[in-house]
Design a protein around this ligand. Structure first.
Ligand code: TYC
Length: 101
């Protein structure tokens, strides 16, 4: 965006700053049932069955998987809600967040 001050003739350039994005990361563990992980991904991250299964299997095989990226407050809220869902059922499932490079 560019505007010129009519008095001084000075051009001002306004840059729109987007909020930095944060990744939500799914962490593997040995105890949470696969179907439960898929259910949480569908419920909190609006994934369909095949998307959720793919993300779950990637974390299962590699240790972690990026679920999605959001503005920081959204990422933290979703990670907390998803982790709390597992705690309520007694599972150690963990979602973390980290800033996107
Ligand atoms: N590893 C778990 C099992 O074999 C399933 C699982 C997958 C758990 C992904 C957490 O982030 C996870 N039951």
């Amino acid at each position: 965006m560019s505007q010129t001050n009519p008095t001084t003739g000075t051009a001002t350039i306004t840059k729109v700053q987007r909020p930095p994005l944060h990744k939500v990361i799914l962490v593997n563990d040995d105890y949470t049932p696969r179907e439960f992980v898929v259910m949480v991904l569908k419920a909190e991250f609006r994934m369909n069955e095949s998307q959720a299964s793919r993300v779950m299997m990637t974390a299962h095989e590699r240790g972690v998987c990026v679920v999605a990226v959001f503005p920081r407050d959204v990422a933290e809220t979703k990670a907390t809600r998803a982790t709390d869902m597992a705690r309520e059922r007694g599972f150690p499932l963990l979602f973390t967040t980290e800033p996107e490079e």
